[in-house]
Ligand binder design. Sequence first.
Ligand SMILES: *Cc1c(COP(=O)(O)O)cnc(C)c1O
Ligand SMILES: [Zn+2]
Length: 432
Amino acid sequence: MTQAKTLTPTAATFKALKCKECGAEYELAASHVCEACFGPLEVTYDYNTLRRTVTRETIQSGPNSIWRYRSFLPVATENVIDVGTGMTPLVQANRLARRLGLKKLYIKNDAVNMPTLSFKDRVVSVALSRARELGFSTVSCASTGNLANSTAAIAAHAGLDCCVFIPADLEAGKVLGTLIYSPTVMAVQGNYDQVNRLCCEVANTYGWGFVNINLRPYYSEGSKTLGYEVAEQLGWQLPDHIVAPLASGSLFTKIYKGFQEFIQVGLVEDKSVRFSGAQAEGCSPIAQAYKEGREFVKPVKPNTIAKSIAIGNPADGIYALEIARKTNGSIASVTDAEIIDGIKLLAETEGIFTETAGGTTIAVLKKLVEAGKIDPDETTVAYITGNGLKTQEAVQGYIGEPLTIEAKLDSFERALERSRTLERLDWQQVLV
Ligand SMILES: *Cc1c(COP(=O)(O)O)cnc(C)c1O
Ligand SMILES: [Zn+2]
């Protein structure tokens, strides 16, 4: 085992790991399951101290990254890994809102998160900062693609050894976007759930820091910053409704935790926010449980183009279900064709190119508005979690082609005329 002793925080505000099921508390080590009941562990904080010491001003005077919220993150030393992760744009999406029939819609755009263009940079920045404190020299993960990109990149920056595990059939952009940082990459012949099972065994025997296994309680706290930033960017207010993609369900539950913590320490006014979740039909165990009114999630075998959220056995599925139900939100799924349309709709209305997970979110957003499950008057935030340049094969063949012309003015003019005629024909088809 390469893990050194646990550093006990001095001025830190995080206190313990606590079982979400039975409430048993544990020391702040690299562990993620309760020894008594096998429930998942979560980091707890000293909210009284936070209420006394943290203000909107102390946050605003911090760095322009997730580390402005560091008192709410489980890292003890000053020496965090800050690669500019977080504080991504919250875009008022007026053109998309009009198309969907909403009045106030925002896109939280993590397609441009640093350094690897997905929300996973948040969780990895936190997990690796904590991994270093806990004495790990090798870090690892079980990934659907984005997590491998992020772990490899941030490990490179921090000088940590890195070995990541991915399903062998990932998109080329996700594989290349990992290899470029020169980690060891294991492409496992199997789906994510099989990769994850293998990684649990490796974590138990090799003493590596797996960001989403033994470091999971720290890793998942990074997602809370998606809640904090939206609250701050809305002028220290909470939205009425959020829509976010669900893979393991962790991100969804942590946005909720982030909002609750800001209410608890008095940074925003108390308000109920509706939480709606998005899944791809080809991997929708949480949406199915929601639809059937079940309290438990039945694992499925994934088959969808939305590979980044294709987790058939979601660790936090039941907690995501619980939050959607108690906040009067909902969980829905969409087909691969709807996901492609969602990617295109966001691109042509807002100029944001998202990957398949974002297409899922936009398609579910549209579906929920059409079903009357999002009120046009609600201030709604849709979370776009990844970048379309990484999953180009998903839209290949579904977008236009360039007009190839000679380097002559008349060739250009003929092509322009042709494209305008085609556009008119398109419109005539719409009208009939
Ligand atoms: C990992 C991922 C998610 C969801 O992650 P959770 O496991 O639910 O926390 C959403 N979008 C993208 C692009 C991802 O890579
Ligand atoms: Zn327990």
